[in-house]
Design a protein around this ligand. Structure first.
Ligand code: 5MM
Length: 343
């Protein structure tokens, strides 16, 4: 496994591969399991995640890295093999979510700031010993009539930069994830408002990364796409999402960054795949553009699994299908025809 930051980052955005975000915190995985009437016990969480990590075709060919929650990084598969070793054996890089979640930002009702910097240096040293070679920190920027405030962008961006510097000091590649929400409770914004807020956020993030002396060659950016809120009455076409997202990223993201791995943010599985493919089909981009999806990679597999051991093979097929479709999208060669034929 690569040890230099730049080599790890390059491996994370290798052609035709992307990242599986399987780092749902305890509250989030419970919500996912509630959808399939399955209790969120430690062994059920292990079985579910092991099902994906042992989907050999998907892991070997389309998944470059997996973001884990603390519990999973320490867990063993049913046969006693550490899950980290299952991931490494498939040629993927294990990563770890290190933020402690988005908490209310004082004096800014309904806005959040991500916490987790206290003791992070020590936690990163342990995570490196446990095999993690990249980390993730997610900042959340909500759009309403009055948000985001300058204070929320500044606080979240500053935390991202301090986190990224600590990661690089520890020999760990930071995934820098400033998520402008498309599904905030009050969000009704159109694509152009998303464009403006995403530009403001990324501009501040890269200024803070520079000030913190973070080497851009050793990070991966995980942004939202530029897209209308789910509840906006006017939805943009996939072509418009692709064009405005690439324009926004070209404006804000230096070419030294090796790769950009999008979050799916509440898009449907196929929408997240189509948008990514259209962007890559535009060609001549300074960075690799790929996926770091949670819901858009897992939703179909979760439903197919349904918490039952007899459904593991069907769930692995569903996961492999989505991984393959997104692998094609990362090369700009996905089409609706392939989607349907393969399904
Ligand atoms: C997998 O979900 C991640 C963890 O969420 P919580 O800390 O809220 O439990 C999440 O950060 C995820 O990595 C990103 O939002 C991307 O996932 P989506 O579903 O938006 O692609």
């Amino acid at each position: 496994m690569a040890e230099k930051l730049e080599d790890i980052a390059q491996a994370m955005v290798a052609p035709g591969k992307g990242i599986l975000a399987a780092d749902e915190s305890s509250g989030t995985i419970k919500k996912r399991f509630d959808q399939i009437d399955t209790e969120s016990t430690e062994s059920n969480r292990r079985d579910y995640r092991e099902m994906m990590f042992r989907a050999d075709d998907a892991m070997r060919n389309y998944i470059s890295g997996v973001i884990l929650f603390d519990e999973t990084l320490r867990q063993k598969a049913a046969d006693g093999t550490p899950l980290v070793d299952v991931i490494k054996a498939a040629g993927a890089v294990p990563g770890i979510k290190v933020d402690k979640g988005a908490k209310p930002l004082a004096l800014h009702s309904d806005e959040k700031v991500t916490e987790g910097l206290d003791g992070l240096r020590e936690r990163l040293a342990e995570y490196h010993d446990l095999g993690a070679r990249f980390a993730k920190w997610r900042a959340v920027i909500d759009i309403t009539d009055t948000a985001p405030s300058a204070a929320s962008i500044a606080a979240n961006s500053h935390a991202l930069a301090r986190y990224a510097a600590l990661c690089q000091e520890a020999g760990i590649v930071p995934i820098v994830e400033p998520e402008v929400l498309m599904d905030g409770p009050e969000s009704r914004h159109d694509i152009d408002r998303c464009y403006d807020v995403t530009v403001a956020t990324l501009t501040r993030v890269f200024a803070d990364l520079h000030e913190a002396r973070v080497a851009l060659e050793g990070i991966v950016l995980k942004p939202n796409m530029v897209i209308a809120a789910k509840n906006c009455p006017t939805q943009a076409s996939a072509a418009e999402v692709a064009e405005k997202t690439v324009r926004c990223l070209k404006t804000c993201v230096p070419a030294a960054v090796p790769g950009i791995a999008f979050l799916s943010g509440g898009q449907s599985d196929e929408q997240a795949t189509e948008n990514l493919s259209l962007m890559n089909a535009m060609g001549s981009l300074p960075w690799a553009l790929t996926f770091s999806y949670g819901r858009a990679l897992q939703q179909a597999a979760l439903k197919a699994w349904g918490g039952k051991v007899e459904n593991v093979a069907a769930a692995q097929r569903a996961f492999t299908h989505r991984a393959r479709m997104n692998g094609l999208a990362a090369q700009g060669t996905w089409s609706g025809d392939q989607e349907r034929q393969a399904a």
